[in-house]
Ligand binder design. Structure first.
Ligand code: ATR
Length: 276
């Protein structure tokens, strides 16, 4: 019998995860199959109970990443700190939760960064769940210079104050201050939902003072290039959309389930063809 895997969330119809994981099963000659299943909060507990005996693993997406934690047997420390799980591994009926989003994001960055990530001076725009996953993962990797800016400064302060910081330096500044100091950052990470609607012209902040030496990354990959990324590109900065993060979070999950790290280059080509 083949091993069964899922992604659950709501809405789930446009998820690219089944295409990507099924291609990886095929490439690696693994007898597995991955499906998307529409699941809302009210059905979550019964689905997770069912998966204990029917699924080898599953991914979890919005709006279930926080809620799912209470139905699992164990959650790893980084996922606990992030406060959300996107990957579940079924070990003989025991469900183990991890979060591969932030680490996946950081692995994807290696495609555009010239120096090791620990040496970057980073500006994160946003203070929601995605920002938290990336911030915790950057701290976990030992990044020392991080600044957060957000429309609502109090939320950025709450995010910072909720973390156990060692010698790392996390600053919180207003959007206006971030706009002014933009030229001092080597990497800008856009984590808000601004730009997600098709043809949306809004940007979370002005890029007037952007230097061409700064790498600008946006977690959104549909639309493929947000207005924010287009402006950064016009200013000759190196840009990256959210596709590498999506692929690497999936690749790390695939490795957790099968022991094999899959081919991310082929996945990139496959998904770029569909989305680009
Ligand atoms: P996610 O889990 O995807 O990060 P979230 O937790 O709802 O989603 O967080 C959304 C982020 O996008 C927040 O940083 C939010 O800013 P506020 O804290 O001020 O609400 C930001 N955001 C959403 N809509 C925005 C808008 N129109 N302009 C600026 N920031 C926006």
């Amino acid at each position: 019998m083949r091993d069964q895997f899922y992604v659950i969330g709501q809405p789930i119809g446009h998820s690219m995860s089944p295409t990507m994981h099924n291609e990886w099963f095929h490439e690696n000659q693994i007898h597995g199959h991955y499906d998307a299943k529409e699941v809302g909060i009210s059905d979550l507990e019964s689905i997770v109970t069912e998966f204990r005996s029917t699924a080898k693993g599953f991914n979890v997406t919005a709006p279930l990443k926080v809620e799912v934690m209470k139905y699992l047997d164990e959650v790893d420390p980084l996922a606990k700190e992030i406060g959300a799980v996107n990957t579940v591994i079924n070990k003989d009926g025991r469900l183990y939760g991890k979060n591969t989003d932030g680490i996946g994001y950081c692995r994807g960055l290696s495609l555009v960064l010239k120096s090791p990530i620990e040496q970057e001076n980073i500006l994160i725009i946003g203070a929601g769940g995605a920002a938290r996953a990336i911030l915790c993962s950057l701290l976990h990797l030992g990044v020392k210079h991080i600044t957060i800016t957000n429309r609502t400064t109090e939320k950025a302060l709450e995010l910072k104050n909720g973390l156990r910081l060692k010698e790392q330096d996390v600053k919180v500044i207003s959007i206006t201050d971030a706009e002014e100091r933009l030229g001092t950052y080597s990497l800008v990470i856009q984590t808000t939902s601004v730009g997600m609607k098709p043809n949306e012209a809004a940007k979370p902040m002005s890029l007037h003072n952007l230097s061409p030496d700064t790498v600008v990354s946006d977690l959104i990959y549909s639309p493929y290039k947000t207005a924010f990324l287009k402006e950064a590109e016009q200013k000759n900065a190196k840009i990256q959309n959210g596709l590498p993060m999506f692929i690497y979070q999936g690749a790390i999950a695939f490795q957790e389930w099968t022991g094999i790290f899959p081919n991310t280059i082929n996945a990139y080509k496959l998904l770029e063809e569909k989305l680009g």
